[in-house]
Design a protein around this ligand. Sequence first.
Ligand code: SF4
Length: 347
Amino acid sequence: MRDAPLSAILLNWYDRNARDLPWRVGPAARENGVVPDPYRVWLSEIMLQQTTVAAVRDYFLRFTALWPAVGALAAAEESRVMGEWAGLGYYARARNLLKCARVIVSRHGGRFPDDHDALLDLPGIGPYTAAAIAAIAFDRRETVMDGNVERVMARLHNEAAPLPGVKPVLREQAAALTPARRPGDYAQAVMDLGATVCTPKSPACGICPWRDPCQARAAGTAASLPAKTPKKPKPVRYGIVYLGQRSDGAWLLERRPDKGLLGGMLGWPGAEWADTPAEAPPCDADWQTLAGEVRHTFTHFHLILTVKTARLSETASPRSGQFVPASQFRPSDLPTVMRKAFDLSQS
Ligand code: SF4
């Protein structure tokens, strides 16, 4: 298998089939000298971590409308950024996003560094994101590995060893194929191939530009690759949340600690999530348990929440949290699990 022709074949396919994404400078525009904006590349890559293109699209458009450049984002209020991020999940990303924007302004004069190591030094940027930004924004020859690329490499080489152990092998294979010419477009081309043709369940080998050299297609093993080491089932944790509203309409909310799950986000006061959560009402009141429950799945566990509600008196002095006036309360500022609890209380 000769490497150069493979990348050239894929780039040729990309020139005709690149996905139209709001953060992307497509191959035709690049050919005409349009250069990607590192701010938009960075923002999209942070949003796309563990999140689908479909979920990210509207958030990206809203963020870039509100904050069109890194300097504008750096000057934003943290609570505003967290509120706009609500619903996208993995909230540490939003806090690091703001930190990173501020470092870009204070240490780098508002310009993103253009090499992998300097990018890696920034808050919230790990090896994958540094490689993606260096390749896509600055056309560096980087090996950009995501789930799509791993799948395509495993199939192209008919690699039977399971993930995650086989990752270093797939990375070497991907590095060997990455061309010196147009590495940014090439990185996006492999991702597009994985997202639109070499899909997890039913790869469309008949229209694939790599169908001839693909070893898994020849062996008939494509749909079963990459192999995966079986995962342990996720544990279930339980919690109780308390939705208290004063007679003037104000809601009792609390900002979660910066460290930990949903860190820095607004939420309902409640008990620690555990196998058997203890009652932890934020103040004395006639708390009523709602029928039904909230179910939510995080990366490492399933959560089942009991929801309690109460009317609070004007003189209530909560042990935790603060009252947010009805006029300032936006359910859309809540992370999804907390919004589900609110929705249950309104149903
Ligand atoms: Fe994937 Fe099929 Fe293309 Fe091979 S031929 S890379 S399995 S879509």
